[in-house]
Design a protein around this ligand. Structure first.
Ligand SMILES: [Zn+2]
Length: 313
């Protein structure tokens, strides 16, 4: 099946397999998925807030009767833009990796709601506004997985086989990709950002490279990224090359004693110049430093400050 246009809404990418797309795929504008067979249904990820998730579920119900009740929800990872709508399908069986389930409880949505209501002055405040300003985090209740696994888990949706492959820690601590072998479709979660810089929250970067290789080896026809347009494994291979590029360029500058911020500013992005969310590049440089054993500030507030500084020029 040809890749659907990158427009907001529900797109069929296989027989009974749908992608919910949210252009432009920048901070918080994540994709989700729906797999149905007969009356059975499986949702891949909820969205960042109750409004966006509610609109998605309404559209799914209009498109297919099987979505009237979501039987199973898979959260690909712990970032809020993939699980903060869980309460709208709270009766579902909710499946995630154990590491994802643990990480999910660490950031209370109310904290972000407060941050958005009273952002700090300056570049960090402007970045926070860009990251979160379009969303409404009030009233969000964390609804954690009801079932966790490590490694691999095979689920059934009607007669259809759905394979969950844990590939983290990479983007986050518990990343999972969702593979539909008979349909040639992979939902990557945020192992793939298509059109924007990825961001390494957890790492190591080598694990993320291995995750890309694993997806390419699955040889799906259709790849639904966590953000951006539906694509093929070409984009997965491109992301792997990007990660190797950051490792190479940042690694050399770490050895030369530069700070991560100076290193990021010094690196010519070359073919990656066109990617969105450029500020994430410095976070990825930090991740490489950390992987190499350098003592660098890599907690979320420090990463935000460095991203704001790098993004501001
Ligand atoms: Zn995301």
């Amino acid at each position: 099946m040809a890749a659907p246009p990158y427009t907001r809404g529900l797109h069929e990418v296989g027989d009974g397999v749908f992608a919910w797309l949210q252009p432009d795929g920048s901070w918080g504008w994540s994709n989700a998925g729906l797999v149905v067979d007969g009356e059975a249904s499986l949702l891949v990820d909820t969205l960042y807030d109750l409004r966006t998730t509610g609109e998605m579920l309404d559209a799914m119900r209009r498109a297919t009767p099987a979505a009237a009740t979501i039987d199973t929800l898979v959260n690909t990872h712990a970032n809020g833009d993939h699980c903060w709508g869980n309460q709208l399908v709270r009766d579902a069986r909710i499946v995630a990796s154990r590491a994802c389930a643990e990480e999910m409880l660490e950031l209370p949505p109310a904290l972000l709601a407060d941050l958005v209501a009273a952002p700090p002055e300056g570049p960090t405040g402007e970045l926070l506004q860009r990251m979160f300003g379009a969303f409404d985090f009030r009233g969000i209740e964390l609804v954690p997985p009801t079932e966790t696994f490590e490694g691999e888990l095979t689920l059934r949706v009607g007669d259809r086989e759905v394979r969950l492959l844990e590939v983290g820690p990479a983007h986050t601590r518990g990343d999972v990709v969702v593979h539909l072998p008979a349909d040639g479709v992979v939902f990557t979660g945020d192992i793939l950002f298509n059109g924007g810089h990825p961001i390494v929250w957890a790492g190591p970067v080598d694990n993320w490279v291995a995750a890309c290789d694993r997806i390419v080896e699955l040889a799906p026809d259709t790849v639904v990224p966590g953000h951006g347009a539906v694509c093929t494994t070409d984009e997965v291979a491109r992301l792997r090359d990007y990660l190797r590029f950051v490792q190479r360029e940042a690694g050399a500058r770490a050895e030369a004693g530069m700070s991560p911020l100076d290193a990021a500013r010094d690196i010519d992005l070359g073919e990656y110049e066109d990617l969105g969310e450029r500020e994430r590049f410095v976070a990825n440089v930090v991740a490489v430093y950390r992987d190499l054993g350098h003592d660098v500030a890599a907690d979320p507030p420090s990463l935000l400050a460095q991203m704001a500084a790098y993004g501001a020029g």
